[in-house]
Design a protein around this ligand. Sequence first.
Ligand code: ADP
Ligand code: MG
Ligand code: ZN
Length: 512
Amino acid sequence: MEASLNAYQDEQPPLQAENFYRKREKNSKLSGVKKDIEKLYEAVPQLVKVFKIKEKIGEGTFSSVYLATAQQQAGCEEKMALKHLIPTSHPLRIAAELQCLTIAGGQDNVMGVKYCFRKNDHVVIVMPYLEHESFLDILNSLSFEEVREYMFNLFKALRRIHHFGIVHRDVKPSNFLYNRQLKEYALVDFGLAQGTPDTKIELLRVVQSESQQEGSVHHSVQRSVFGERNFNIHSSTYQESPTIKLIKQSKVMDVASRKLATKKKISTKAANNGAARKAANSCPAILTCDCYATDRVCSVCLSRRQQVAPRAGTPGFRAPEVLTKCPTQTTAIDMWSAGIIFLSLLSGRYPFYKASDDLTALAQIMTIRGSRETIQAAKTFGKSVLCTKEVPAQDLRTLCERLRGTNSSCAKSTSDMHTNSLYEPALAIETDKKVEFASQPLEEKLQRLKNCHEGDNDLEIKITEKATDLKGWHRVPDEAYDLLDKLLDLNPATRITAKEALLHHFFKDISQ
Ligand code: ADP
Ligand code: MG
Ligand code: ZN
């Protein structure tokens, strides 16, 4: 242990030099932020009179978010969050995001909006500021009760937006702000939201039809939702997975779009979907191909029309019907993402799935939910999935307790966890050292401590005491795993809704 500790230290740069570089990096970042703030004041001069912009708190592909203070009449300062959307955002997309906030926001843990400023193509959305934790920082210190409250409040927010016919499409911890001390929560970021067919958000209907048009006119498969964040440019142009494939069936041909068809390794279509059936009926000749279930794609298939389906979101949080490009996607996709968050909270691992493309993400889902089960569910929404290897479904409690290291009955199996080749690589648990340390099972941490202080009896006692300080994690009720199972239902038609989740036994003594 000592030797390895020294070796580790040798690799580090001398402390002074490290500090120097860190400071320099921080300074250059600071001056970068200062410049950004100045530019924002220039672009939207109305802000100058009202706000003191303090710092940048978020930066994504499609926006920058700043913390600002506003002078109130009473003389006190109020903190606000200013979201500056990138000027190339589609005006309709911006308007739809605003409408979600104004109509559904401000209640039930859904972020509201205070003002909106615009000059030319620059738009700034002003929201109440909610100071929040980083999910990764607190993940392993949360008590079981805190996790229960967190999930309850997430479902409250989802119930509200789903009631308005909003599909968020990007439910993940960084879009669900959590203030641990105040026990305040806020669902943010409607930048990718879409409407259900009966949505109460007018503009989401417009966004929908525009994006469909865009999909068929320009044939831009990767941008079926305009403004969609392209998290994974590589996978959207070329997808390959050694283990699973989505098989294209040979019925639908869109002659007009053939000219536009791009070379794709893997593509999909919905055999049982109404629109697809219609297309099949109107198709004059049905071409058959000979590449079904082989590892190559024939020229007939290469010339087929691409399936256009919304694919927004973050791969590790995408529901199976999103990953397989099912064209009819409902509010159930948000419930799947909530299930993935719950899985992280119960297992103490984040991100739980780290996939760079959709098929890898699907393979990772199979390692938990079973390959046969996944294939079967995909069939119900009209997708054929081919998998070269059969993997069984796992018991959720056993899995979570094993990863968290709270299962006393499997004390011996925590060590074989790393050699369990069946699920370890497919799970793709973050190998980043920082994350790995933070998410190390408690038992492993204790073992390490024990190893380096062998024979030290005082410490033995302390460790034993520590092991019992489990913040409720040693008696997680069956209801928790039952709810998790219903959230991670592979079939969107039977997946639990937010309304139902709030009524689940798991929350029986929380006031609604
Ligand atoms: P993007 O579309 O770029 O992801 P978000 O709306 O998700 O933009 O905001 C990005 C980040 O900014 C969030 O993850 C959060 O950390 C911070 N943020 C957004 N809105 C607020 C708010 N009202 N209060 C505090 N922080 C916020
Ligand atoms: Mg976001
Ligand atoms: Zn073929």
